[in-house]
Design a protein around this ligand. Structure first.
Ligand code: SAM
Length: 305
């Protein structure tokens, strides 16, 4: 379903691969505007419950309204999926994780996620947390900024950009996306067709929300919250996210982590997941045509053993 708020990515593929069953309990850990949960409820109305989580209170409230007429029981929880062990106290039969932010968040000027003119540097998914993009840009040392741009943005010119940010903020506090894009634009002089500050904005968003660590924490806990045969369906949007998911599934599928030089296995490693997607699924050409921002999506699926 096309939404005014968000165009749900790979929704048919995601829900088909959850293998929904009668009386099952499912977890949508990135509720957003509710797109995947709406697809679940449109597919079956005989499931036990859908638990829906989002760290963004406003998104949760909008999704609640959109799901008000659902025939299935839905439980809404405002929280970070990295705390999943504290947020729920039951096992589920399938999980959907659709990472990143929604179009609603991206286009909301007050949230400061995009480099469009007039955005205040903010980028918090959870608006109650203290750390903002503004704080990072105006207080982190050149070394910290440079590492952040390198590690979370894979930005080639990380040191030059960090140094220029420090030079400019010593004259005047940097408060808007336009000021930041102008600074980055001086270093990344338009050779590519993407906006020169794309990598800087990605790095900042990841750092503000501790996004990569949240994914790792959730994955580490996922085995404990999934019933046997339960599917973990994950949609990523950039290589840093996808690498984490790929590595996690590979390790979970392995039966031994002993070095190859060992004659006999003594690591006691157990296989916890079976990989369903040897190669990630991608959106169809038609979906990309309708929603160009789905082009970088990759879906990986594992089944709990
Ligand atoms: C891409 S959107 C999901 C869109 C949704 N599947 C839909 O179709 O409407 C990702 C959502 O996950 C939320 N989110 C991101 N990181 C989170 C985290 N660590 N814990 C909980 N929610 C998170 C964001 O606030 C955002 O609403």
């Amino acid at each position: 379903m096309k939404s005014d708020y968000h165009f749900t990515v790979m929704k048919k593929e995601a829900v088909e691969n959850l293998n929904l069953k009668s009386n099952g309990t499912y977890l949508d850990a990135t509720l957003g505007m509710g797109g995947h949960t709406i697809e679940i409820t449109n597919t079956r109305n005989d499931i036990n419950k859908i638990i829906c989580i989002d760290a963004d209170y406003n998104s949760l409230e909008i999704a609640k309204l959109r799901l008000a007429k659902s025939k299935n029981k839905i439980e809404f929880i405002c929280g970070n999926f990295s705390d999943i062990d504290k947020l729920i106290n039951e096992k589920v039969d399938g999980v959907i994780l659709d990472l990143g932010i929604s179009t609603y968040q991206l286009l909301n000027i007050k949230r400061g996620f995009s480099f469009k003119k007039g955005n205040k540097l903010d980028m918090r998914i959870n608006q109650n947390q203290e750390l903002t993009a503004h704080k990072i840009i105006n207080t982190y040392s050149v070394k910290e900024l440079s590492e952040l741009l390198m590690n979370y943005g894979e930005e080639k010119n990380h040191f030059q950009i960090a140094s220029e940010i420090a030079r400019q903020r010593s004259k005047k506090e940097i408060t808007t996306s336009d000021e930041l894009t102008e600074i980055v634009g001086k270093i990344n002089k338009g050779s590519s067709n993407i906006e020169p500050s794309t990598r800087t904005f990605q790095a900042l968003r990841i750092a503000v929300n501790n996004e990569l660590e949240a994914i790792v924490k959730f994955l580490e806990k996922s085995e404990k919250i999934l019933n046997k045969g339960g599917r973990l369906v994950i949609i990523t949007f950039h290589s840093l996210e996808d690498r984490i998911v790929k590595k996690f599934f590979k390790l979970s599928e392995s039966k031994c982590t002993c070095p190859p030089t060992k004659m006999s296995c003594d690591c006691n490693k157990k296989q916890t997941f079976k990989i369903i997607t040897k190669r990630p699924l991608k959106p169809t050409k038609n979906e990309v045509l309708l929603n160009p921002s789905s082009r970088s999506a990759k879906m990986r699926i594992g089944e709990a053993l």
